[in-house]
Design a protein around this ligand. Structure first.
Ligand code: ADP
Ligand code: MG
Length: 875
């Protein structure tokens, strides 16, 4: 803590740094703390929940807010700051405070941004950490590049579709922590920025820097040929940002194919969310269970990343999917050995991240030891994988698991048996690896031994048995003699310090040995630092290779996990082909099935090539419509990710785009009406979808009044059926649609069976063909706990509505009620009839004379007209 008088110059120094690092939160090292001042102090106190203090900076007593964090815990706090999307500059003391003349010199030694960290303690978990750059087009299709520098993976491409939606969709699976945007045309904030902010509330957004030139791109990023101009721009801007923030890592980054050599099943942002593939729909729900959460029995950090990546980037290429499935199947057939492999994979550390920390020079010595053993384990697994007749994917994987040439041997020769983080007595290196370090260590050991010998010699010579050699930071080595023995202190001792019970001395000999100890320690330090840097330089060469091994470990773990799940949960291999079939026997919802167990009711799906491609689901709330639609979507995702699926049988004709809209409630409350939102989402889908798409629409036309919604729902359905020709499942509460569905050649109605019992209804969750006309709304409301009185009223009203509806005598649907006049009845207000209605009912017009009839009519009209009502017709 600075004393108040010193605050003013300190603040000036701080302001100077702030000025050089605009947009950064500057953490300013003062003694044992990193401090912030002024507005930043308020911000830090708020975001990190640390104490806000204030100190007088000048004689006038103006108080400056201050907040700080202890330096030893700074990584934890950095983690929390970057999670919240801050860019932090660490400003350190770059000279020893003891020798500083005036103010200690301080410099920014590190800039930390959400997308450029490599430290596990800041990152928090093994998940991918993406930094993205997007090129937003004035019109047409944009481009993106996304990098995880912690694993060296670089992905890029044109957006999935035109405009902002296309870009947001391409980014969705990456869930970037930091996005650099550049807008085509004139400057200013790109209009996509608010959409990004909504999509990723804690993302850090920044205008992208000017691109570096093509020639400055590292080899792994230099576009071979034919990369679109927008993509090259996104690459070069991203590289420019990294050159400024993580220059050491840039050379080792390399492009990875997002689609594993084929095409990718495009899942837009809303589909990812609605299917809850890797994040619960409600991010604040801690119990929200996702597909990833249910599938994640991976045992290694790279495995977890790979699984998450596969589930959010399923494939759309029959050969690539079959390659994964063949590998999974071969692993299933290996049987019992899987458990052993999983145990060994579990011991493999996060190789990719260690490599990135080597390159970024933030690696701890012990991590190099585990890098070595992890590479050995990976290679051994690869050797066992390489067996006769293995599927191609596993053979390739076996090769990819091979440790980089000579790296294991090099590390084994350089590092001690068990590396420790603090350089203990054994030091950083195995003896013999660094002769200069060894020499200094010997010298230190000799000098320390001589010091001990000197202590004994002086004890004996003086006869002071309690004479001790001690050491402290300020005075260095000294003899200490307690007060009672001071008389016997020899004349060659020189007094240095007086403490409570003793005096401290030095001597020529002591100073000479002390000098040798300090000199050899300094020697060790510099020699070790130089050799350490040499060692890291050597490992640097292998960084891209270690990244590759790490990805292979991830892939093996993900495949082994698929095999393990297939084995332990009885999943089957789906047939994935180029047809437009979607046939499932006894399919289960992958997540609910795990939660409900036996209670989950399996269902079939029957969309046939050249036959039915559209299914319209009606029926009461809570009967299982949404669950079923999600189930079908998730089974497609799993199958195309290469996993086996929870079903007895599945045949899935390749889906290239999956659109899911559930509930249409996303943007309500953001100023758009729900109908408007729904219509723009439907429009989006209809624009992009084609006959290889799968469309899941829940509650079409819900956001508006009955007839608008019905009309639009019908037209939408018709368009998907006739023009788009996509496979689709739609749920609707418009029973009127079911008649119309019957007129469409490739569409069919279905609903979920319900049993009506004495105590109400039971949902059977079993899909049955045909439409249903009952919505059981009142029953559902009772289940939901609405008051009995209210329910009785609702039942009365419902009976009336039903009795006033026409009952068409069609051949197909005898007894089906089509509600008419619904609104008129509802708007009449009271549930009780007006008494004149009853009179009218009892009236027999045939038995009235003309005069009687006209008098009765006048009388009834008088009584039906409210007394205070308008009297314009009274004559
Ligand atoms: P809807 O969309 O028709 O209103 P949901 O799909 O939301 O109905 O399902 C309501 C509840 O019914 C779910 O939360 C789940 O608990 C249960 N459910 C749905 N489908 C099944 C099923 N196949 N087996 C067992 N329970 C189911
Ligand atoms: Mg529903």
């Amino acid at each position: 803590m600075p004393d108040p008088g010193a605050l003013t110059p300190l603040l000036e120094q701080y302001e100077g740094v702030k000025a050089r690092y605009p947009g950064h939160l500057v953490l300013f090292r003062v003694g044992d703390f990193y401090e912030t001042f002024g507005e930043d102090a308020r911000l830090l106190a708020r975001e990190l929940d640390v104490v806000l203090t204030a100190r007088s900076a000048d004689a006038q007593g103006v108080r400056t807010p201050m907040a700080g964090v202890p330096h030893h815990a700074v990584e934890t706090y950095l983690g929390r700051l970057v999670q919240k999307g801050y860019k932090v500059a660490l400003c350190d003391q770059v000279e020893d405070a003891r020798f500083a003349k005036g103010l200690v010199r301080r410099e920014v030694t590190r800039v930390v941004t959400p997308g450029t960290v490599v430290e596990d303690r800041i990152l928090g978990g093994p998940e991918h950490n993406f930094l993205a750059s997007i090129v937003v087009p004035a019109e047409g299709t944009g481009a993106y590049a996304a990098v995880d520098i912690t694993t060296g993976e670089w992905y890029h491409g044109l957006a999935d579709g035109p405009g902002h939606e296309g870009l947001l969709s391409s980014l969705a699976a990456f869930h970037p922590r930091e996005v650099l945007w550049s807008a085509a045309g004139k400057g200013g904030v790109a209009p996509i920025v608010p959409a990004l902010r909504r999509e990723y509330p804690s993302v850090r957004l920044e205008p992208a820097p000017e691109p570096i030139s093509e020639a400055e791109l590292p080899a792994g990023l230099r576009s071979e040929s034919g990369v679109a101009a927008g993509v090259a721009e996104a690459d070069r801007r991203l590289a420019a940002y990294l050159r400024a923030t993580q220059p050491r890592l840039l050379p080792y980054l390399a492009v990875v194919d997002r689609a594993a050599g084929g095409r990718r099943l495009i899942l837009d942002a809303k589909t990812l969310r609605h299917l809850e593939i890797n994040r619960p729909m409600n991010p604040d729900d801690p119990k929200g269970v996702t597909l990833l959460g249910t599938w994640d029995e991976t045992v290694s950090a790279p495995g977890r990343r790979t699984l998450a990546f596969w589930l959010t980037n399923p494939l759309a290429d029959v050969a690539a999917i079959a390659a994964r499935q063949d590998a999974v199947q071969a692993l299933v057939e290996r049987g019992a050995v899987l458990a052993d492999w999983r145990a060994r994979l579990r011991s493999v550390p996060d190789l990719g991240r260690i490599a990135s920390r080597v390159a970024g020079r933030r690696v701890r010595p012990a991590e190099l030891g585990s890098l070595r053993s992890g590479l050995e384990t990976a290679q051994a697994l690869g050797d066992e994988l390489r067996a006769d007749g293995e599927p191609a994917r596993l053979a390739t994987l076996a090769g990819a698991l091979r440790a980089p040439n000579g790296l294991v041997e090099f590390l084994a020769a350089a590092l001690p048996e068990s590396s420790v983080d603090a350089s203990g007595p054994d030091g950083l290196f195995r003896p013999g690896h660094a002769p200069d370090v060894d020499r200094w260590r010997d010298a230190e050991r000799d000098a320390v031994a001589e010091m001990a010998a000197l202590e004994r010699t002086e004890q004996e010579a003086s006869g002071i048995r309690t004479l001790k050699v001690g050491y402290n930071q300020v005075f260095g080595y000294y003899f200490e003699v307690t007060k009672p023995h001071l008389a016997r202190v020899p004349p060659h001792f020189r007094r240095r310090q007086t403490v409570a019970q003793a005096e401290r001395f030095t001597s020529d000999r002591l100073e000479e040995i002390e000098h040798r100890i300090l000199e050899s320690r300094e020697g060790i330090r510099t020699a070790e630092a130089a050799r350490w840097e040499e060692l890291l330089n050597e490992v640097d060469r292998h960084v891209p290779a270690v990244h590759r091994v790490s990805r292979a470990v991830g892939e093996l773990d993900a495949l082994v996990t698929f095999a393990h799940l297939a084995q332990s949960r009885g999943y089957v291999r789906p047939t994935v082909d180029d047809s437009s079939a979607l046939v499932v026997r006894d399919g289960r919802h992958p997540v609910l099935d795990r939660l409900l167990g036996e209670a989950f009711v399996p269902n079939d799906t029957d969309l046939e090539p050249d036959g039915r491609r559209m299914l319209v689901l009606t029926g009461p709330n809570m009967s299982g419509k949404s669950t079923y639609m999600r189930q079908v979507g998730l089974l497609v995702v799993l199958a195309q990710a290469g996993s086996f699926v929870p079903a007895k049988f599945a045949r899935i004709g390749l889906v290239t785009q999956l659109f899911t809209r559930m509930g249409f409630t996303d943007e309500i409350g953001r100023g758009k009406s729900s109908f408007m939102v729904e219509m723009s989402e439907v429009a989006e889908i209809l624009r992009a979808a084609d006959d290889r798409s799968l469309i899941l629409l829940d509650e079409v036309g819900r956001g508006t009044s009955t007839f608008d919604g019905l009309a639009i729902a019908w037209a939408t359905l018709r368009h998907i059926h006739d023009a788009t020709r996509a496979r689709s499942l739609l749920a609707t509460h418009y029973h009127q649609l079911t008649d119309l569905v019957r007129s469409l050649a490739a569409a069919e109605n279905a609903h979920f069976a319900v049993r009506e019992g004495p105590d109400g209804i039971v949902f059977l969750h079993r899909l049955v063909p045909g439409a249903t006309d009952r919505s059981y709304g009142v029953h559902v409301a009772r289940l939901a706990g609405l008051p009995e009185g209210l329910l009785a009223e609702a039942e009365r009203l419902l009976k009336r509505l039903e009795s006033e509806s026409v009952v068409p005598a069609t051949s197909k649907g005898a007894g089906r009620r089509t509600p008419r006049f619904t609104q008129a009845v509802l708007l009449s207000g009271s549930a009780d009839e007006h008494p004149v209605v009853d009179e009218l009912r009892r009236l027999d017009p045939d038995r009235l004379t003309g005069e009687e009839a006209s008098r009765t009519l006048r009388e009834l009209k008088r009584r039906a007209t409210p007394p205070a009502g308008p009297a314009e017709d009274e004559r």
